[in-house]
Structures are given as C-alpha cells and as structure tokens.
Design a protein around this ligand. Structure first.
Ligand code: GLC
Ligand code: CA
Length: 567
C-alpha cells in the first residue's frame, strides 16, 4: 500500500513539474499566431507604369527595386506585380508566352531575384500574378497544339469542329467582344478563347495541363515568391457538352445579344482544381489571392473552401462597385462579415476606374480619397492597395480613339474606352514626366500629377499621401484594427458610417461622413460596455472633436474621425 502511495505521489509530482513544460511546448508549436497575410497590406504594382529605370518609357523590375524604400516607408508588407513574364503584350502581359521567365522589357530572372532579396530586407513579400485560364497564342504549348490534330499538346487547349460551314461550335461570347471561338485553317477546327483570340483557354480537364501549371507555381515559390494573385479563375472550366448559353434580353456594350454565361463560367470543377493548387501553396506557406467576381457577397464562401482549404484571400470585388452611401456600404460590410471568412478589401485595380475619379465630386476629391482610405484600411480583413491610390491619382482616359492602347477600348470605342485611364504612370515628382521616366512615357500622365505626386505630397501634412501613411501606421500599431471584431454603430444613420473595431484589450471608433453635408452623429456606447466613453483622436480629416467624453463628433463633408475608446 505504502509503495503504491509513494508511486502515486511520485507520479503527481512528476506531472506537476512536467505539465508546464508540456504546455509551453504545445503553445510554441500550436499557438494560434495569425498568418502573415492576415496582418499584411498588399500593394498592387502595374509594372509598365511604376518606375522606368532605363528610359524606354516602360516601367521595369529595376524600377520597382529602386522604389522599395518608398514602399517600406509607406508601410506596405507585400507587393503584387501584375504579369511581368515574356508576352507579346496584346493584353499587356495577361497573354503569357513563357510562365517561367521575365519579359526582357521588364528585366531578367537575376533582376527579379534581386528584387525579391531587396524586398525581403525591407520585410516586403513579393506576389506574382498567375494567369491560369489561358496562355498567349505564342506560347510553345499552343504553337504545338495548333500544328496538327495529333500534336502532343493538342488536348492542352479546347478545339472543336464548327456547327456547320462558317459557324462556330456554339454561341459563347468572348468577354472582350465577338465570338469566343476562332477558326484555325491549319486543322480546320475552332479553338476557344474567353478573352482575346490571342489568349487561347487552357484545357484544365487535361491532367497534364494541371501538372504543368502547378509546376510553374513551384518554380516561383522556390525563387522566394510568397504567393499568387490568380487571374480569371471563374473561367477555368467549360461544360463538356459545350451547350449554347441561354439568351437574355437586350444587348451588351459591344452591341451583341446578352447571354447568361451558364456553361462557361463558375463551373464547380474550378473549386476542386483551386483546392489542389492550394495544397501546393501550403507546401511553401504561400498565399493565394483570387480575382473573384461575385454577384452577391455570400458567394465569397464558395472560394474559401468548406474547410478553408481553397483561397485564403478571395477579393471582394463588389467593393469596387458600391455607391458612396452609408446605408449601401453598411449593408455590404455586414454581408461580407456574415460570409464568415477573412475579408479581402479592395477598392480599385488595373481593370477598374480609379476610386478617386469614381467617387470624386469635383469639390471634395481629396477628402473623399482620405475617407475611402480610412474606410477600406480600417475594415476587418486584408487590404489590397493599387499603386497611386495613396496619392489620389485620377483616371486619365484617352480622348481620341487613335490614342487608345488597350484593345477593348479600340474595339468598343466610344462606349468602352478601355483600361488605359487607370494604368497611367506613377506620379513620383512634379518634374518632367513626373519622375517616372527620362524617355517618353507609354501612356500620358494626367495634369493633376503636378499637385498629386510623391515628392510634393510627402512635404504636406494634409496630403492624401500623409493621411494614408498615418492610417497604415495605425494599422501597424493598433491590434484592434488588424484583428478586432467589427461592430456596427448608429445603424440607421443615412449619412455617416460608424463602427468599432474591438480586440480583447482595445476599442477603436471609426466615423466616416459619406455625405456632402456637415454631420454631427451622437454616440452612446453603453451597450458596447462603455457607460461613459472617452475618446482620444488617432486620426482625423475635416472633423473636430476635443479629446475626452464621447458624445458627438462634428464632421465636415466627407470628414473622418478615428479615436481610441476608453472608460
Ligand atoms: C483579368 C485581368 C485583366 C485581363 C484578364 C485576362 O481580368 O485582371 O487585366 O485582361 O484577366 O487575362
Ligand atoms: Ca524600362
């Protein structure tokens, strides 16, 4: 009996001493540390337009490397570079002719390695753009594919006989105008292209295609790339029966009958393929960002995967299309929150009118730009900025068809002017060509570049740039802004969007006047646990409020207020 007791005592002692050790170990191994991409702010770079280092008027990788200090100081953690691979540039890089190299116009693989190394020194990760749906018609896979019906790569693309003489296989339309089928006389068959004819769709039902494409990602991961933005994922698969799409009333901007893209978009097979691509990404701790167009925010769920095993960051692109109205925005944010995943907030990109021009009213443009910055950078989620957004860069569309570079603008003029306007050169200085190039810039720089540029705005404490820097700094300093809950306030206010971001220890109040009139919202945070709340200003623009007891905030048109709440 005695020995048994001793033995039990010994065991208890042993457990007592061992337990903390085990706990510490499990904690170290399994502690829930947020992955880097949840805390990061991403910055999209359109390489043609960021910084030209050799005077040919086109931006390049060395140009990007030379501006890493700027990006670090701005406070971004990752850059997404839109396609910089060899390409005939029909769609400015989204027609890739070699996935594992750099286009000589942008530099070399060695220069790319240098960019990654230099970025790493500044804690900036590099994300590339993976054009998964299609290649260039100049890619060696396609050149082989079209050469004969028995070519090794024939089945890497989608080839079909026409319905009859001069009749494509079905009524599917290219999103860039005309039929989605192009006849090729070499083999008397049609190939399918959802985008330009120079962008034939890959056949993702062929396992060899999947393998080759997955290997592309490994190539770049091994070179230090931290993830990919996946281009046009919704069109990866087509219905195997190639049925006609149902017709809808009316015509589109190219004057074609509207159709419902039932058989060539968002097929469920896409999700399985993306989940397999995610497995490869996980081997490298990489992140996958999706170009995910949804018709309703609840659809975002589909892209996270049932076990969060698909895309970590499906972009909420509906956010690029909201009207500037507190009730509209409030409803949208609540919907995204309810979708359950980690949101990816983005207000513009290289395909969409710049937000400065979309929302600007001609009177309060800079205030609106600051308000929008405060909005998408303080929402729950990861934010993706677009180069120049932080300056208040505006759209600068061509005024004559002859000047248009983007082929959809040539085809669709004047209804569709193309996307040149949102892709103009980054505005670095107020000097010649805004410091972008010593040569002739490939697209003209807007007039407003004289006032809205890095050099000028860096010196002005009230500039859009200084405001961006302040908000990005707060995101770094305040855990509540990164990981806190989103709590909507004053939900029936028609003009002012107000919310709290709240973590275990901190509460931050965000107040955004989305109207052109002065507003004075009142606050009562009793329900949120603050019977008498005090607020200390963290950032503001066109707003007034002395620190101390929080009752109201006075906001001029489009004013913003950010405060730290204490009891
Ligand atoms: C995506 C890109 C766009 C490109 C298209 C075809 O939508 O963002 O720029 O033209 O895919 O690759
Ligand atoms: Ca260049």
């Amino acid at each position: 009996m005695r020995t048994k007791l001793n033995w039990i005592a010994a065991l208890i002692l042993c457990l007592l001493f061992a337990a903390p050790a085990i706990d510490a170990q499990t904690a170290a191994r399994g502690r829930k540390v947020d992955p880097w991409w949840k805390r990061a702010v991403f910055y999209e770079i359109y390489p043609r337009s960021f910084k030209d280092s050799n005077g040919d008027g086109i931006g390049d990788l060395n140009g990007i490397t030379s501006k890493l200090d700027y990006l670090q100081e701005l406070g971004v953690n990752a850059i997404w570079i839109t396609p910089c691979f060899p390409s005939p540039q029909v769609d400015f890089g989204y027609d890739v002719s070699d996935y594992v190299n750099i286009d000589p116009m942008y530099g070399t693989l060695q220069e790319f390695d240098k960019l990654v190394r230099e970025a790493k020194k500044r804690n900036i990760r590099v994300i590339l753009d993976f054009v998964v749906n299609h290649t260039s018609d100049q890619h060696k896979w396609f050149l082989d594919s079209k050469s004969s019906k028995t070519a090794a790569h024939r089945d890497w693309y989608i080839w079909k006989d026409g319905k009859g003489p001069n009749e494509p296989p079905n009524n599917w339309m290219s999103t860039f105008g005309l039929s989605a089928w192009k006849f090729d006389p070499t083999t008397n068959q049609y190939y399918y292209h959802y985008f330009y004819p120079e962008q034939p769709d890959l056949n993702w039902r062929n396992p060899a295609v999947e393998k080759a494409m997955f290997d592309v990602t490994r190539f770049w991961y091994q070179r230090g790339v931290a993830g990919f933005r996946l281009d046009a994922v919704d069109t990866l698969f087509e219905d195997p029966m190639f049925k006609d799409n149902p017709l809808l009333p009316g015509t589109d901007k190219f004057g074609r009958p509207n159709t419902q893209e039932k058989y060539n978009k968002k097929l469920p097979e896409m999700h399985a393929a993306l989940q397999r691509l995610r497995k490869v990404a996980d081997e490298y701790d990489a992140v996958l960002i999706g170009e995910t167009w949804t018709s309703d925010v609840s659809e975002l769920k589909d892209y996270y995967g049932s076990n969060f095993n698909e895309l970590q960051l499906p972009m909420d692109l509906l956010l690029t299309n909201l009207s500037l109205s507190a009730p509209v925005v409030r409803k949208h944010v609540a919907g995204v929150d309810a979708a359950g995943g980690w949101p990816t907030n983005v207000i513009t990109n290289h395909d969409i009118r710049r937000s400065y021009s979309r929302y600007g009213d001609g009177l309060h443009n800079d205030d609106i730009a600051k308000m929008m910055a405060d909005f998408y950078l303080t929402l729950r989620g990861t934010a993706i900025m677009y180069y120049g957004e932080e300056l208040g860069m505006e759209n600068s569309d061509a005024t004559k068809k002859e000047d248009v570079k983007d082929p959809i603008g040539v085809l669709g003029w004047p209804l569709e002017k193309g996307r040149d306007g949102e892709r103009t050169p980054m505005q670095w200085t107020s000097g010649t060509n805004e410091g972008f190039t010593t040569g002739k810039p490939w697209l003209p720089v807007p007039l407003s570049a004289k006032t809205h540029n890095v050099e000028t705005e860096s010196k002005e404490p009230d500039s859009v740039l200084s405001f961006y820097k302040r908000v990005l700094e707060l995101r770094r300093e305040e855990p509540a802004l990164r990981e806190g809950k989103y709590i909507a306030l004053n939900e029936s206010d028609p003009n002012v969007l107000s919310y709290l971001r709240q973590s275990a220890k901190e509460t931050i109040l965000v107040v955004l006047n989305m109207s052109a009139t002065r507003q004075q919202p009142n606050f009562d945070l009793t329900k949120q646990g603050f019977a008498a709340a005090n607020s200390k200003t963290l950032a503001k623009n066109a707003a007034a409020r002395p620190d101390g007891e929080l009752k109201t905030v006075t906001l001029e048109p489009y004013g913003v207020y950010l405060g730290k709440i204490t009891k």
